[in-house]
Design a protein around this ligand. Structure first.
Ligand code: SF4
Length: 298
């Protein structure tokens, strides 16, 4: 078990000062942070999040923005489909929920871009609900403290396991965020700093830190991937307020034309880019009257 009497005082003293944790931050703004943090580190999210919530503090303000403006504001956070889903989520909340983010997990799960983790994170962090919130950090801490294993792959049992260690009182939401913080800052994947850990009981430490039994997760590379090419193409479109020619896009990635075409095709399919009737390319919503459905790029 994880002793809340040890974990919570540690969190109060050592938590990072993250802007979306401060008093007065709305549920919508917490939701925005969770979308951005899904696959991007805190240090890159923080400046973009600040600009975003200053510009679009509510769902309706976000919904009123164009898709292209949202994609520009997303900047270099990567995985830009998240930005489009966030825009769609803002529209649903403003139209169907009176501009108020729902507070229960089942309703949150119906929103665009909101899955198992994000729904529970919002219910817990924004509304103080006693619900298990499981990300890779929490899963790792529980694997170590409770099961004596170095790490653990995602499992259908995760939510029940974390629910079982939550305090049965009003400390539960604080406990959830503290558990996550411990995994992010002390009980890290590669070099746990057990000397700084507030927990006096840890099964993995007691067992002498046995090595992982599962193969290490491969770190996703970025250089040379289609994801990098998509980013380069989007950079060109973000920098231009009017549609650009095929030749302007081509210079963004010269080394592999087939890969470039594949990336452009996928951006068109994802609805992040559109082609004008004149054959030019633009960010979604900036192409004017749509042309005929584009043939695969080759
Ligand atoms: S004692 Fe070490 S391995 Fe165990 S929870 Fe603390 S930091 Fe992680």
């Amino acid at each position: 078990m994880v002793d809340a009497r040890e974990l919570l005082p540690w969190y109060e003293e050592f938590q990072r000062d993250l802007p979306w944790r401060r008093p007065g931050v709305s549920a919508w703004q917490i939701l925005v942070s969770e979308f951005m943090l899904q696959q991007t580190p805190v240090v890159r999210v923080e400046p973009i999040w600040r600009d975003w919530v200053a510009r679009w503090p509510t769902p309706s303000a976000t919904a009123a923005a164009s898709t292209a403006d949202v994609l520009r504001a997303w900047g270099k956070l990567g995985y830009p489909r998240r930005a489009k889903r966030l825009h769609e989520c803002a529209t649903v909340i403003s139209v169907e929920y009176g501009d108020a983010v729902p507070d229960d997990v089942d309703t949150l799960l119906t929103l665009p871009g909101v899955g198992t983790y994000t729904s529970r994170a919002i219910a817990c962090f924004a509304y103080g609900k006693r619900v298990p919130v499981v990300d890779t950090n929490v899963r790792r801490v529980v694997a170590r403290v409770v099961h004596g294993r170095a790490d653990s792959a995602a499992s259908v049992r995760d939510l029940a396991e974390v629910a079982a260690i939550l305090p049965n009182d009003s400390r539960a939401p604080r406990f959830s965020i503290a558990l996550m913080e411990l995994g992010a800052t002390v009980c890290t994947a590669r070099s746990p700093r057990c000397g700084l850990c507030p927990l006096s009981v840890c099964a993995w430490r007691a067992a002498g830190f046995p090595p992982p039994t599962e193969p290490a997760r491969r770190v996703q590379k970025f250089a040379g991937t289609d994801r990098q090419v998509r980013g380069r193409l989007l950079d060109v479109l973000r920098a231009n307020a009017t549609p650009v020619s095929r030749a302007q896009l081509d210079v963004a990635w010269l080394s592999d034309p087939a890969q470039r075409n594949r990336a452009l095709d996928s951006l068109l399919t994802d609805g992040l880019v559109e082609q004008t009737s004149g054959g030019l390319f633009a960010l979604a919503g900036e192409g004017g009257e749509p042309g005929p459905k584009p043939a695969p790029v080759d």
